[in-house]
Design a protein. Sequence first.
Length: 132
Amino acid sequence: MAINNTMNVTIIWLLGISLIGIPLLLMILLGKIITLAIEIAFIIKSIKKIKILWAILYLIPKTCYTIIVFFMVYYAIEYSSLLIKTLFLKKEYNLKNITKQYRKVLWLSIMTIAITSIIELIIIPNTWKIFL
């Protein structure tokens, strides 16, 4: 799961470097929103009141990952639009500093994915024993 999420965030990051990545980034964002909404609706419909805490614990890592995707898509679109302004509108930006910040966002996202994966692999299965 962590490798898949890391690959997805890296692909989002690479799409931000490309000039044609903005429409693809918006489609990825829409897909994540729809997926999270369907998961929440399914869990709410299928669980009983006693298991609501377990359902909330189950959704925390997935929600964190979706928030990471939101931030990555935002920064990728911002970076891509700055590249378009620099190349086609001939505006001056300090791309070296902006690229450093963009790389920091990638590494921060990867570290957060690692933490949420640890939560998903260690804490959630142990809570199943308590609630189920």
